[in-house]
Design a protein. Structure first.
Length: 168
């Protein structure tokens, strides 16, 4: 029969061994959220804000899924609905600019709270061209795998934007 000393010694060895076996993977996982946050900052700085469609495509996995606000999911293609929506926004608000207000990352997910500004120049959401400066909020959740965005959820303050265009 094992003594209490032997049982405690065995448990201590198991805990220490487990700690050192887990530690190398913990260090790698801990850097992943920071790398993903940097990728998102680059995505906005080098793709979205300068409106470089080819650069934007580089950030997404080929099997990317866009979870739209209406609850439908759109699977990516080379010219996905996501890209079509960006083209629409760039036409409607040619000087559109996203500012990242907050970013939080954990594991393979990155959450972004952004402020969007620009001048509405053409028809948008069924409303005529307003030639008005607009500012609205947009939030994103991105999932990453292999340094690429695999999924995206977003919420846009459409009501706030419509109110600025003079319609509700």
């Amino acid at each position: 029969m094992a003594t209490i000393f032997q049982v405690l010694t065995f448990r201590l060895i198991a805990v220490v061994l487990g700690y050192f076996l887990y530690l190398p993977t913990f260090g790698q996982d801990a850097t992943l959220p920071n790398a993903n946050k940097k990728t998102i900052a680059t995505y906005f700085d080098e793709g979205i804000n300068p409106q470089k469609m080819n650069r934007i495509r580089e950030f997404f996995a080929s099997d990317y899924i866009w979870h739209r606000m209406n609850g439908t999911d759109v699977r990516s293609s080379q010219d996905s609905s996501h890209i079509s929506m960006l083209r629409f926004l760039y036409k409607a608000i040619p000087d559109i600019h996203y500012t990242i207000d907050n970013v939080v990352a954990e594991g393979d997910m990155v959450a972004v709270n952004s402020s969007v500004t620009g001048t509405a120049k053409s028809e948008m959401f069924g409303f005529p061209a307003a030639e008005k400066k607009v500012r609205f909020k947009q939030m994103f959740f991105f999932r990453f795998a292999n340094d690429k965005i695999t999924e995206e959820w977003e919420v846009v303050d459409v009501d706030g934007l419509k109110a600025q265009l003079g319609k509700r």
